[in-house]
Design a protein around this ligand. Structure first.
Ligand code: FAD
Length: 411
């Protein structure tokens, strides 16, 4: 039985509202403190929720609303220079991946959290903490403070809580890629099959595209850039300038050139630098713990960032519900999550390395990839990732505290 009765959740992105909702379901009072002055429902492009993420969203009662707002992706295709390298179907008996606008996802998660009794405080940027014997006090940039039994850092890839837990914690790594999303109103001329997402290797850069429910085509740009730019810096560059660079980068690619030509400045979103989180040595200390991208941003290549954030949020609440004190709950949580998220992050790093092959690499990929795709045992390769389910109604046994689960266990 938990002795934890209240929590401060720092960050109102994806992990924050889900953690707070799950905590409320576990009988723990939760307030979300977000740095932005208001909910960020209009911000960002689309992201994919994998079946494992949908299952975790189901636990907090938001899966139906997400399905309603999302597009079902039933298959994945890979292509190079306009030639198909192969196609993968989803797993048997597993729901499709869902593509949802980040703003829509924020809205759904926020509404559910409010319904569950979560309070949101905006304009609260965490800058420090005071740690007591029985509680922890958050200090915010506006001079205000808040106190609770535990403090949960759901503050994203550039987490402040991570450095408060461990000043020597590694920072998120920059993959050398800047992310953009473009929308084509007249995508009818392009051969883009509904329900299929295509990952394409261009001559100079990687990209992905799919058809939306309204017939438009969306594409995600992975623009190589040695120079790191923060989101604010990247957004301060005029969209016309970015569009020029993007058109040069995808010149000669099929259909990359057409996608770039059909995108105009008003339909280009800067989604920001693409990060990958190296293993974080300390997930928790005292009454503070990390969740979501703050502790395991697996690179956008995996399509698992948001799904893992949601899974961890639910698992953390389950551990705080069932174990008697924060330190045993946090240890159990880390034990249940670390191997899984680090394995998926390693997959993301491997994928990132294949995104910009040289001329020889491209030749090899064109020959080898179709055979690899044809022979791939999708169940063996993706099953453990996509079939993972959190047994919310099963109590976390205290003895499991230090166990590291195998990646292929569905518990
Ligand atoms: C281009 C791109 C494409 C992506 N595509 C996918 C995809 O297809 N599928 C997928 O699953 N994932 C994808 N992701 C990753 C996904 O967006 C993240 O994994 C997910 O948003 C993580 O949620 P989070 O709540 O941990 O962090 P965030 O969503 O980053 O939320 C963190 C919140 O904390 C707040 N915050 C930060 N610092 C403080 C502070 N000091 N005090 C208070 N609040 C603070 C921030 O304002 C923010 O609201 C993509 C990411 C990018 C960049």
């Amino acid at each position: 039985m938990s002795a934890t009765t209240s929590a401060l959740v720092i960050g109102g992105g994806i992990a924050g509202p889900v953690t707070a909702t799950a905590l409320r379901m576990a009988g723990i009072d939760a307030t979300v403190h977000e740095a932005y002055p208001e909910p960020s429902e209009g911000i960002g492009g689309a992201l994919a929720i994998a079946p494992n993420g949908m299952a975790a969203l189901g636990i907090v009662g938001t899966d139906e609303a997400v399905r309603e707002a999302a597009l079902a992706i039933t298959g994945q295709s890979m292509s190079m220079a306009g030639h198909s390298l192969g196609r993968l179907r989803g797993l048997e008996g597993v729901e499709p991946q869902r593509m949802i606008g980040r703003g829509d996802l924020h809205r759904v998660l926020h509404e559910r959290a409010v319904q569950a009794g979560v309070r949101f405080e905006y304009g609260r940027r965490l800058v420090g903490v005071d740690e007591g014997e029985d509680d922890v006090t958050a200090r915010f940039a506006d001079g205000s403070t808040a106190t609770a039994g535990v403090l949960i850092g759901a503050d994203g890839v550039r987490s402040t809580v991570r450095t408060l837990i461990d000043p020597g914690a590694p920072a998120a790594g920059y993959t050398g890629l800047l992310g953009f999303q473009g929308y084509l109103d007249a995508g009818d001329d392009l051969d883009v099959e509904p329900g299929i997402i295509t990952f394409a290797f261009g001559r100079r850069a990687y990209y992905l595209y799919w058809r939306m429910a309204d017939g438009r085509v969306t594409w995600g740009v992975n623009l190589p850039s040695k120079r790191y730019l923060s989101l604010a810096e990247a957004r301060s560059v005029p969209a016309e300038t970015w569009l020029r660079t993007i058109r040069e980068t995808y010149a000669g690619d099929v259909p990359g050139e057409a996608l770039a030509a059909g995108t105009h400045a008003g339909s280009l979103d800067v989604t920001g630098a693409i990060h990958i989180m190296p293993p974080v040595p300390h997930w928790h200390r005292g009454r503070m713990v990390l969740v979501g991208d703050a502790v395991h941003a697996p690179s956008n290549s995996t399509g698992q960032g948001a799904s893992l954030a949601v899974e961890s949020a639910v698992e953390l609440a389950r551990c705080l519900r069932d174990l008697p004190d924060p330190s045993s709950a946090f240890a159990a949580y880390e034990g249940l999550r670390r191997a899984r998220v680090e394995s998926i992050t390693r997959r993301g790093a491997r994928l990132n390395r294949t995104k910009t092959p040289g001329p020889v690499g491209r030749q090899v990929m064109r020959v080898v990839m179709p055979a690899i795709m044809r022979r791939m045992d999708v169940e063996k390769t993706m099953g453990p990732e996509l079939r993972h389910r959190i047994p919310w109604t099963t109590p976390v046994p205290a003895r499991r505290r230090r166990e590291l689960p195998r990646l292929d266990s569905n518990q």
